[in-house]
Design a protein around this ligand. Structure first.
Ligand code: GDP
Ligand code: IMO
Ligand code: MG
Length: 420
């Protein structure tokens, strides 16, 4: 029995899609367990660049089962667009399985998301406006519609009931909308969703594991966006952590073997909320420009800053990370001195080396400084070609984080990945 979990340790966009694609050949099943089309997972190989939102990142490999788990929320319109763009690339996607228990994002969920953000004004979460929050609210409020409902005879009735409730809620906001067009596109796109196999995915997974199959659970977002452990309220609405793979797929904690924690060699965040190591200077500008830090889903510029060890340690502890993977190491090339946040000072000037409940907008990062390197890492063919300073940076992080760094990524392409 083997389930491994791969997830982000920061605020998302660590490069999960790329590494899932690289690791897929070691597994039989790749499964998304939470989140929805707020995710944008980028894969690059053979000159193709592709962004996935709902579909797992193992989809470009033959003979692998890709599964959308019960913990995921699905917008049929975005799902259809994803299917169409993969079809254009001539990849077989008939093996894609979808949990009957996955919840549906309705057009009115997206309207509620937008209305809520507008009402929050300058305190907005900076959500992706994909309807994520309202859909998970209906899930926990026990009002949601699920994939398994779409083929039932009273589906339209259930839809109308929930939609009408949302229309009542929308009256609370000063928000104009035109639902008709959104609705007609949504219903048309349901036909594509219906073409796929809707299954009791937890049962399918249990049988597969009993038959010796291996499963990789693909996280979306990142640990610091987790609904419980992230920088609340500036978080997403699902559990992005290892425990989310248990509830989002129906696997038991003792079935999980390895937890792969992915982080950038620096740090980024999209949307609002605290970010202690954020940079507003030319180094921040360098990271954004060289790292091409624009959201894969919304196109928004990502905020950039130095790597944050207290936050990483917190994420490692919460997830039980067994192996680390450092992404975008190439982006640090050309920076003379690299800073690493070792702890914070709070507003009383007290040393803090974890993420506290209070005061997290006012933490001052304290840094160590490490020598940088000039060589463009994108051009190296193996880790031996990396300058000594790169090895020193890796060792420094390993010493502080106490977990081995097993993969170093030096570019967006599948091939720009080195195992240690
Ligand atoms: P995800 O959401 O965690 O899958 O990450 P995203 O796809 O949203 O963002 C990661 C971005 O970095 C994508 O544009 C990737 O193509 C790119 N990327 C991944 N790994 C590397 C790397 O090692 N170096 C560089 N320069 N880009 C990378
Ligand atoms: P991947 O899987 C980065 C952020 C949004 C916002 C907050 C809440 O590509 O790493 P939501 O739409 O979920 O209600 O937004 O979470 N966010 C992400 N940031 N990567 C993501 O996904 C994200 N998904 C949501 O920017 O701050
Ligand atoms: Mg992303």
């Amino acid at each position: 029995m083997k389930v491994d979990v791969l997830l982000g340790l920061q605020w998302g966009d660590e490069g999960k899609g790329k590494i899932v694609d690289v690791l897929t050949k070691n597994y039989d099943i790749i499964a998304r367990f939470q989140g929805g089309p707020n995710a944008g997972h980028t894969l690059e190989f053979d000159g193709i660049k592709h962004v996935l939102h709902t579909i797992p990142s193992g989809i470009f490999h033959k003979g692998i089962t890709n599964l959308i788990g019960n913990g995921v929320v699905i917008d049929p319109v975005i799902f259809e667009n994803e299917i169409n763009s993969i079809n254009k690339l001539n990849f077989d996607i008939s093996e894609l399985l979808i949990s009957k228990k996955a919840h549906l994002i309705l057009p009115t969920h997206k309207l509620l998301d937008a209305a809520s953000e507008k009402a929050k004004g300058k305190n907005k979460i900076g959500s992706t406006l994909k309807g994520i929050g309202p859909t998970y609210m209906d899930k926990t409020g026990r009002n949601g519609l699920r994939v398994g409902d779409v083929n039932t005879s009273n589906f339209n009735e259930k839809y109308e009931k929930l939609k009408n409730k949302h229309i009542e809620l929308l009256k609370f906001y000063d928000f104009e909308y035109n639902l008709e067009e959104l609705e007609s596109i949504w219903f048309k796109s349901l036909d594509t969703l219906k073409k796929f196999n809707h299954i009791d995915s937890e049962h399918y997974i249990h049988e597969a594991l009993k038959n010796g199959k291996k499963l990789l659970a693909e996280g979306a977002q990142g640990t610091l966006l987790d609904i419980d452990f992230g920088s609340y309220p500036f978080v997403t609405s699902s559990n992005t952590i290892t425990a989310g793979a248990c509830t989002g797929l129906g696997v038991a904690p003792n079935q999980i073997t390895d937890v792969f924690g992915i982080f950038k060699a620096y740090c980024t965040r999209v949307g609002s909320g605290p970010f202690p190591t954020e940079l507003y200077d030319e180094v921040g500008e360098h990271l954004g420009r060289v790292g091409n830090e624009f959201g894969a889903t919304t196109g928004r510029a990502r905020r950039c800053g130095w790597i944050d060890l207290p936050a990483l340690k917190y994420a490692i502890d919460i997830n039980g990370v067994t192996q680390l993977m450092m992404m975008k190491s190439d982006v640090l090339s050309g920076i003379n001195k690299i800073k690493v946040c070792t702890h914070y000072l709070n507003s009383n000037n007290e040393k803090i080396d974890y993420l506290p409940f209070e005061d997290n907008e006012n933490l001052t990062p304290v840094y160590d400084e490490i020598d940088g390197w000039k060589k463009n890492l994108m051009k190296i063919n193996n880790l031996e070609e990396a300058p000594i300073q790169v090895h020193n940076y890796i060792k420094y992080l390993e010493n502080h984080l106490d977990v081995p760094i097993k993969i170093i990524s030096v570019g967006p392409d599948r091939k720009q990945t080195f195992f240690r």
